[in-house]
Design a protein around this ligand. Structure first.
Ligand code: TYD
Length: 208
């Protein structure tokens, strides 16, 4: 898909500070006078939010792993068709909290579904790929500590071994695509991390 805008995604475990950094990055673009749309997955559309409720409901312990992967991909297809694609074609900046890399890490590696996850997502997204992805790197043990106080969703309730596979999956993705995926140590301060992200954005904007 040919796109004029800029597509930025954030990845990493819950508790890694994605939300704070996404909000700071939106301000950075707004200060430059650029339109910047924030969205999240699963969700971002009415249909996607309904699928999100299905996916994260703790009562759905019987959910089949293939059904899970397809539901994430279905929500994503709607999101790309209805929100992300049109915004990029209008030339806007889109920042998304999670995208295909989450499915590859959680369903591909965590659930051990493998390569099929990338295939269904190529179909779901029309092969739309982020221009840059910030991977907030936080060891699963530390992420668990940070979210302990909160109510967990269905995936966060998974065992540590699952989250270790997810983390290893992200590391594999980063090694395979170092030009797109920027790994950031999530234990740094909010300001330090924002600085790293801004530097990367400046470099990317210069090349366009
Ligand atoms: P969310 O509350 O948005 O978590 P976070 O704040 O960590 O982004 O819940 C999303 C959950 O769904 C999270 O546990 C990761 C998981 N997930 C997948 O397993 N596959 C996917 O493709 C996506 C987008 C999310």
């Amino acid at each position: 898909m040919k796109q004029q805008g800029l597509f930025i995604t954030f990845e990493g475990p819950d508790g890694s500070g994605k939300t704070t950094q996404i909000q700071l990055l939106q301000k950075y673009f707004q200060q430059k006078g650029l339109r910047c749309l924030l969205s999240r997955e699963p969700g971002g559309t009415e249909i996607g939010e309904k699928i999100r409720t299905l996916l994260l409901d703790k009562a759905h312990t019987e959910m089949d792993f293939a059904a899970e992967a397809l539901l994430y991909a279905a929500a994503r297809a709607q999101h790309v068709a209805q929100v992300i694609g049109p915004a990029l074609r209008r030339g806007e900046v889109v920042i998304c909290d999670r995208f295909v890399d989450s499915s590859i890490a959680y369903q591909g590696y965590g659930r051990q579904l493998g390569e099929v996850v990338a295939q269904i997502n190529r179909f779901a997204t029309g092969e739309l790929c982020p221009d840059v992805t910030f991977f907030m790197q936080l060891a699963p043990e530390k992420a668990r500590e940070r979210i302990k106080a909160r109510k967990c969703d269905r995936l966060e309730l998974e065992q540590l071994a699952f989250h270790q596979r997810v983390f290893a999956g992200y590391q594999q993705l980063e090694q395979a695509e170092p030009q797109r995926i920027v790994a950031i140590d999530a234990s740094g301060s909010i300001e330090e991390i924002h600085e790293i992200i801004c530097e990367r954005m400046e470099a990317l904007l210069l090349c366009r």
